[in-house]
Design a protein around this ligand. Structure first.
Ligand code: SME
Length: 162
């Protein structure tokens, strides 16, 4: 098994992303860097991806990910854990995905999931989505760390849309 550190150092990752911004990297590179490094950081994180919100189609599209291939390249707002996060404008922590009615299974090993929105206030740009093969793998501490990363990513996306 691949050896991973036990916790995401979100402060360090936020600083690295800012350093990339200072060097002129755009959101595409930052989103890929964030996904790769979040996945590497924690053995509970089996699938890590970023979905971006398409306001015209009112759905999410899969920008990049690390983990098993998924058929969920596009997810309508309101569908699955990812789509509910946008519909409710709220992060989601699901301890047991088998209890979610309209859950979109990425692979049968997944037990729990967290979705953290990439947003600037009410303006939702997308989300960080993480699956784990452990039940109840995610807590509010994970959410806070991931939110710090998501907020830094949102700064760059907002700057590119101005
Ligand atoms: N499980 C998610 C779909 C994305 S896959 O996990 C990669 C959902 O229910 O929205």
């Amino acid at each position: 098994m691949e050896l991973k550190l036990t916790m995401l150092d979100s402060n360090a990752l936020v600083h690295q992303i800012q350093a990339m911004r200072d060097d002129g990297h755009l959101s595409d590179a930052l989103l890929r860097y964030a996904v790769k490094n979040i996945e590497k950081a924690d053995s509970r994180f089996d699938w890590v991806g970023v979905y971006l919100f398409d306001a015209e189609k009112n759905d999410l599209w899969l920008h990049n990910y690390v983990g098993s291939p998924t058929e969920h390249a596009r997810i309508p707002v309101g569908t699955g854990v990812c789509g509910m996060a946008v519909a409710e404008q709220a992060n989601q922590i699901v301890d047991d995905v088998s209890t979610v009615e309209n859950y979109l299974a990425c692979n049968p090993d997944v037990q729990s999931e967290i979705v953290v929105l990439i947003r600037a206030g009410d303006d939702i740009f997308g989300q960080i989505d993480i699956d784990s093969s452990e039940k109840a793998a995610f807590n509010t501490e994970d959410e806070a760390g991931l939110q710090a990363v998501a907020d830094k990513l949102a700064e760059q996306i907002a700057a590119e849309r101005r």
